[in-house]
Write a protein that binds this ligand. Structure first.
Ligand SMILES: C[S@@+](CC[C@H](N)C(=O)[O-])C[C@H]1O[C@@H](n2cnc3c(N)ncnc32)[C@H](O)[C@@H]1O
Length: 282
């Protein structure tokens, strides 16, 4: 499977990035694969909204399908915040996983979408999906680093990160997004972040970091780094209450991974938020 290399240097630039790439290259977790198999949209993010209680009696496959519905609902909410996007626009999915949100964006707006991931396995998988869906001319995945994408300055109308910002330095990331976006272009982020108000990184947040080899940022860091890089927030939505039912359902499912308890603890004790931030490039 051929992938497009970054034009600006090696894609993986540190041992840390190599360890993240290795994690995603070998990842075949049923919580992602079985859910994606439901309709061919493969997500690597969490869900939002209430679940239908009847699935608990309806068996394993019904629970899987319900979790997938909540994950797709999350991506729909993200796309709702991108603003007016037309078929002539171009979007970037930064940290695109197996491509689920990119395909939904192309389906909704009819536009070109480029996804980047530091996992070559994911890039190959997502490009295969694009061919199967007959959208390979409009939706393309690249083995590139979102900190240095190699795309042309001002080429993007919108950019999103769906649960990827905890792997990188926010200043570097928003510096690159600021370069890529046109004036007035929109950036939408969904992320977990820790609560500055409750006093530092809680035990549960540290457990999540360890599980995913990531570095969850405090809420304050997002707004500082956005402002420092020419972004003005237009919407901030606290999705914490909306994601708790998903975690409660997942904890009872056959595809639970063991990280459900730290998530539920962190959200319920208030040390962690599930946040959507939409900001415009000025
Ligand atoms: C939790 S998954 C989210 C995938 C996707 N956004 C989704 O919602 O399904 C995190 C993704 O971030 C990617 N990633 C992490 N660091 C990256 C970097 N520096 N550049 C590009 N992708 C990165 C990983 O390869 C993985 O695809």
């Amino acid at each position: 499977m051929a992938t497009v290399q970054s034009t600006t240097g090696p894609v993986l630039r540190s041992d840390y990035q190599r360890s993240i790439a290795a994690y995603w290259n070998k990842e075949k977790d049923p919580v992602n694969i079985r859910l994606g198999d439901v309709d061919g949209l493969y997500h690597h993010h969490y869900g939002i909204g209430d679940y239908d209680q009847s699935v608990l009696q309806a068996g394993d496959q019904a629970i899987i399908e319900e979790m997938h519905r909540l994950e797709t609902a999350q991506a729909d909410v993200l796309l709702d915040h991108l603003g007016d996007i037309g078929p002539q626009d171009r979007l970037l999915d930064a940290g695109s996983g197996r491509g689920g949100t990119s395909f939904m964006a192309n389906q909704r707006f009819g536009c070109q979408v480029d996804g980047v991931s530091i996992s070559e396995q994911q890039v190959g998988f997502a490009n295969d999906q694009a061919r199967q869906r007959n959208v390979a001319d409009r939706v393309r995945f690249h083995f590139r680093n979102m900190l240095d994408t190699g795309f042309e300055t001002g080429s993007m109308r919108g950019i999103w990160t769906n649960e990827t910002t905890m792997y990188v330095d926010l200043n570097e990331l928003f510096g690159e997004f600021s370069r890529l976006l046109q004036y007035g272009g929109r950036y939408v982020c969904i992320t977990g972040c820790y609560n500055d108000v409750t006093g530092g990184r809680s035990r549960a947040v540290s457990q999540i970091d360890q599980h995913y080899i990531c570095n969850i940022h405090p809420r304050s860091e997002y707004f500082k780094a956005l402002s420092d890089n020419g972004f003005v927030p237009i919407n901030v939505v606290d999705l914490t209450a909306a994601t708790i039912p998903y975690w409660e359902l997942r904890a009872q499912s056959s595809v639970a991974t063991g990280i459900e308890d730290p998530f539920l603890t962190a959200y319920k004790e208030g040390s962690f938020h599930y946040l959507l931030i939409a900001a415009d490039r000025i």
